[in-house]
Design a protein around this ligand. Structure first.
Ligand code: GLN
Length: 196
């Protein structure tokens, strides 16, 4: 792919604008996705941070849950941050009754694992061998366990928790790189999209 890949940001809820800005900075053409036609028009998708229970309910209401699952199954690259990581997990802990995800990554993700809103924090961590990056955690999940095909890209220094993973065309981080003005994680994703 030589031209800028067209990457959608699921815009049902969450910090959509920040992801659009970071994706544009990383060389992609970014656009919000709320409808099936918009989903069909993108090469890849970012599922933003926000609230996974709300996102799941809105995806159901907007009749996007099955189309999203289908595109992921067909190999569309996707990147989920925070609530988006929860959405890309095959299995979750600490979800509300009946909470569903899109799935795709063979992992168990624990919601609100680091504590409640007041416990939000920032930390420097190594991401995929790209040097230290500043990671912002807000009521963040962590990855409890991963299957054999999942590559661990980052862990917290304190507690050794898995906070970034990749499985084929799917990427997920517990933290919010879209909030720091550092587009290296988005650049990593845009490179993934170009390679596929
Ligand atoms: N705790 C939220 C959830 O369960 C995620 C928080 C976030 O995305 N900042 O969806």
């Amino acid at each position: 792919m030589t031209s800028a890949p067209k990457i959608g940001v699921l815009a049902l809820q969450g910090d959509v604008r920040e992801h659009i800005r970071a994706l544009e900075e990383a060389g992609a053409s970014a656009t919000p996705v709320r409808r099936q036609e918009e989903l069909a028009a993108v090469d890849a998708l970012v599922v933003p941070g926000g609230e996974s229970t709300t996102m799941w309910k809105l995806a159901t209401t907007f009749e996007l849950l099955e189309p999203l699952r289908l595109r992921i199954k067909e190999g569309m690259p996707a990147y989920g941050s925070c609530a988006g990581m929860i959405m890309l997990a095959d299995r979750i802990e600490g979800g509300v009754e009946g909470q569903q995800t899109l799935g795709g990554i063979d992992m168990v993700v624990r919601r609100n694992a680091f504590g409640r809103q007041v416990d939000s924090f920032e930390a420097d961590l190594d991401f995929a061998g790209r040097g230290p990056i500043r990671a912002v955690f807000i009521r963040a999940p962590w990855v409890e366990s991963v299957g054999p095909d999942v590559e661990v890209l980052a862990r917290t220094k304190a507690g050794d928790r898995i906070v970034a993973v990749r499985q084929g065309p799917l990427l997920a981080t517990s933290f919010h790189p879209e909030l720091t003005g550092d587009a290296r994680v988005h650049s990593y994703f845009v490179e993934m999209v170009r390679e596929l």
